[in-house]
Every structure is written in C-alpha cells, then in structure tokens.
Design a protein around this ligand. Structure first.
Ligand code: EPU
Length: 290
C-alpha cells in the first residue's frame, strides 16, 4: 500500500464526533477515503490484516459502544464523493452527498420525488444502504442504479431490479455504496416546495429534529408504529443517565446530557421489555449498534 495512505490510517480514533448521537468509544483502526482508489486500497489493507470493516458516512443511524469498535472504520468524510450530476430527469449522486443537499438541488431543478425525504439527515450512501424513508415512501421508489465496491475490492453496478430492497434495508451486505442514480419527475418548483414544506413542518412538529439522536431507534412492526406503542406504554420522558425517550416522538432516544452508549442501550432494553409486556411485541432495532 502507498505510504501516504498508511500514514492516514489512524489507530484508536474516537468516533464520538462522527455520529449524530455524540457518544461512544474509539475505532481500533480508522481511515478517511476521498476517492475510489483510496477506498480499494484501504479495503485491501483491512483484508490483509483480517480486520472487520465498518462503513461510516454521516453517522446518523449509528450507536457506537463505549468500548469502541474492533475493526477498521472506513469513513467517507464531508466533501468526498460529493458530486451531483443531472441528465434530464436522471440525477446521479455520489455516496458522500448529503441527502438534504440532494433534495435541495433536485427541488431547485424542478424534479419531484425526493422531497418527501426532507428531514432525513444522512448521506446518499447511508440513505440507499438503509432504504431510508418515512410515512410517504422509501428512497428505493426513485432509484435507477446503484454502484458499489465490495469489501473484496470488486466494483458492481446494479440496476434496481437486481437489488432486493426491504423495509430499511437495501440488502447490500459487505459492500460500500459509491453512488446512485435517481429517475425523478418534472414538476413545478412551487408544487415541490409546497409538498416539502408540508412534510418538514409535520416532522418539526412531531420529531425532536434538533436534539442529538439517531432518528427512530426501532423499526415499525408490521402494520404498527413503534413510536405509538412506546408512547402508549407511558415511556415518554423515561431516562437512564443522560439518555431519554423523547417527549416529542417516543421512537427517538435523545442524548440530552452526556449520555454514554451504556445509558442508551439500557434505555433501549427497558423500552423493549415494557412494550413486550404491554403489547406482546419485541421491537427490532432500526439503528446499527457498533
Ligand atoms: N405516535 C404517537 N406517539 C409518538 C409517536 C408517534 O402516538 O410518540 C403516533 C402518531 O400520532 C401517528 C403514528 O404514531 O399516528 C405514526 O407516527 P409518525 O407519523 O411519526 O410515523 P412513524 O411510523 O413513527 C415513520 C418513520 C420515520 C419518519 C416518519 C414520518 C420508521 C421507524 N419511522 O415514523 O423515520 O420520519 O414515519 O415520515 O419507519 C427514521 O427512520 O429514523 C425516522 C424517524
């Protein structure tokens, strides 16, 4: 591996500043990669050292344990993989583009589709990997193609029908998303803005958007809302250390005062146990625990 790259691989890198939860320990090894070649080299290095790979984008759906992450965290830093291109109604975005920026740009272009995802904070890579979405629809609805690099270094270009999108999962295990293309629809900017404002106002009213959190903690059980079940269990405001079940939306846990991962995990466990007792449903995590 090139020396310059070895120099950029750090040991014991604290991840607290890289997640929206703002908690957690250090990664054994950590590398920032700003282009495809670096990514492949870093993956090669990880393989040669037998390191488990963790992919970090904007860190908006991750809980890092206090003991840290044993493996190689590959980070796409802000500003890398950041291109957006347009060919008529087709928009191609690299994985590091922030989803809010992509939504803003496509709205400016008078292209309809992604505006209902307003309020979701992650990167395009993270949003595609998680099949991010909400009440209206998930990002898969608009995807045409996805490019990835496998942990073994091979490049892939998938057409949508080759992918198996599920609720909050694109099925792309052991692959890092490089970018995706979206087939959108022409529409008046005013109409798109109106729809976007409506969704955003609703989210602002019902979700703690400015608190430190990782969004919804649990997946919605089929036909039900995890938030409603937690709320009806009387758990809003429940605290463990610095972690609290949001009073605005019960499926959000917020780091209100220097929460550690232990606080958050203990709170998650309590919520699951109470909801199981009340409703007989064991809530599945939507967030990833590293
Ligand atoms: N509800 C309550 N109490 C609460 C929260 C919700 O009673 O504390 C009720 C609401 O009143 C509503 C129902 O539960 O009747 C559904 O609530 P909401 O519309 O907020 O939707 P959700 O199913 O809780 C989903 C996504 C959100 C997304 C919203 C809006 C999941 C797990 N959550 O929430 O996504 O923002 O729809 O589109 O799929 C995320 O993925 O991180 C996330 C926040």
């Amino acid at each position: 591996m090139a020396n310059a790259l070895i120099d950029r691989i750090k040991r014991r890198q604290c991840l607290k500043g890289y997640t929206t939860f703002k908690e957690g320990g250090a990664a054994t090894m950590y590398a920032e990669t700003t282009n495809q070649e670096e990514l492949q080299e870093v993956l090669d290095y990880g393989k040669s050292q037998g390191l488990k790979i963790f992919v970090l984008g904007k860190g908006s759906n991750i809980l890092v344990r206090d003991s840290g992450v044993e493996g190689l965290v590959v980070h796409i830093p802000t500003g890398a993989f950041n291109k957006i291109e347009r060919r008529d109604e087709l928009v191609v975005a690299e994985a590091g583009v922030s989803l809010p920026r992509l939504i803003h740009r496509t709205t400016e272009w008078g292209l309809k589709g992604l505006e209902v995802l307003v309020g979701i904070p992650g990167s395009v890579g993270g949003a595609v990997a998680m099949n991010a979405g909400g009440r209206y629809e998930a990002i898969e609805r608009w995807i045409e193609e996805v490019s990835t690099v496998g942990y073994d270094g091979t490049l892939h270009h998938y057409k949508k029908n080759e992918l198996d999108f599920q609720y909050r999962n694109a099925g792309l295990e052991e692959e890092i998303i490089l970018g995706a293309s979206f087939r959108l629809e022409k529409c008046s900017r005013e109409e798109i803005f109106r729809q976007m404002r409506e969704v955003y106002e609703e989210k602002k009213r019902t979700q703690p958007l400015s608190s430190k959190s990782a969004g919804c903690v649990f997946k919605n059980p089929s036909g039900q809302s995890a938030g409603a079940l937690i709320d009806q269990s009387g758990l809003k405001g429940l605290k463990v250390g610095g972690a609290k079940v949001s009073r605005k939306h019960a499926n959000f846990i917020i780091n209100w005062s220097s929460a550690t991962a232990v606080h958050i995990l203990e709170l998650i466990q309590k919520v699951r146990e109470v909801v199981k007792k009340q409703f007989g449903v064991w809530l599945e995590l939507e967030i990833k625990v590293w």
